[in-house]
Ligand binder design. Structure first.
Ligand SMILES: Nc1ncnc2c1ncn2[C@@H]1O[C@H](COP(=O)(O)OP(=O)(O)OP(=O)(O)O)[C@@H](O)[C@H]1O
Ligand SMILES: [Mg+2]
Length: 252
């Protein structure tokens, strides 16, 4: 909660909120997600995680904010095309430098450094990481003096087995960069179909300030969105019906 100091008086300030750009969702969240928070958006393939992110970035651009979209998909043009099919156009905001799409190559050893340099150097208001799952599962190679002391303590056998402490380290590294950047972030996590977990890694949901679950109900031909956690926000846990069409997703 923001503390505002005026004339030696400390008052508890009103939480500043950031609009998601998703019709019906901001109303469920008392106006939006808290500014400078990290929200995890999890769901199975095709549940709308990337579309959620397009709308979050498009809303940021509309509000005149600097936005970064980190993707593990090397076909950025394909993403832009998918967005434009939905009526979400980024081209002019990309040209003016207000929105930047960056491909993260998970085959590069120093992926963490390039990602974190980008997050910290761009003075972004909104950052999307789509998705955190492959990053949380890969070995760590960092060329950072602060981090290397810590990395010396890692038992490297644990990396190959994907043991808990190493995954936690990856996720802490990413989440703390987002916190340091003082941006409002959305991070996606891929869930296997039918999963009841909140993330693939089983840890991001504890590190994030908010958790939104997207799900599919093929039998009923329905899509749903549920807010499971949101810092400083009173909200329903009830899954909401959503639809995807022109403009992206909306709560119906
Ligand atoms: N123009 C459109 N009109 C209606 N529905 C669409 C449109 N474009 C995509 N969709 C729906 O959205 C789904 C894809 O959404 P999205 O790419 O956001 O999913 P995702 O959760 O990111 O999936 P993945 O885990 O594979 O990345 C498609 O499978 C389709 O059902
Ligand atoms: Mg996606």
């Amino acid at each position: 909660m923001a503390l505002i100091q005026t004339d030696n008086k400390v008052t508890v300030g009103k939480i500043e909120r950031v609009k998601t750009g998703i019709k019906g969702l901001d109303e469920l969240l008392s106006g939006g997600i808290p500014k400078e928070s990290i929200t995890l958006v999890s769901g199975p393939p095709g549940s709308g995680k990337s579309i959620f992110c397009y709308q979050f970035i498009a809303q940021g651009a509309e509000d005149g904010k600097r936005c970064l979209y980190l993707t593990l998909d090397k076909k950025i043009e394909g993403l832009l095309l998918q967005a434009s099919e939905l009526g979400i156009h980024f081209e002019s905001a990309i040209q003016t430098g207000q929105v930047k799409f960056v491909f993260l190559n998970i085959n590069k050893k120093l992926i963490y450094e390039s990602m974190i340099n980008e997050i910290l150097s761009g003075n972004y208001d909104r950052v999307v990481l789509d998705s955190i799952t492959p990053l949380s599962e890969m070995p760590i190679y960092v060329n950072n003096p602060e981090f290397s002391t810590e990395s010396n303590t890692i038992d490297h056998d644990e990396i190959s087995t994907g043991n808990f402490p190493v995954r936690r380290l990856h996720l802490h590294y990413i989440m703390s960069a987002l916190e340091t950047a003082k941006c409002t972030a959305v991070v996606t996590s891929e869930l296997p179909s039918g999963s009841t977990s909140y993330s693939r890694d089983g840890l991001s949901e504890f590190l994030a300030d908010g958790v939104i679950i997207l799900s599919l109900d093929p039998t009923m031909d329905r899509r749903k969105l549920a807010v499971m956690k949101m810092r400083s926000t009173k909200h329903t846990l009830k899954p909401q019906n959503i639809e995807i069409g022109k403009g992206g997703m909306q709560i119906i």
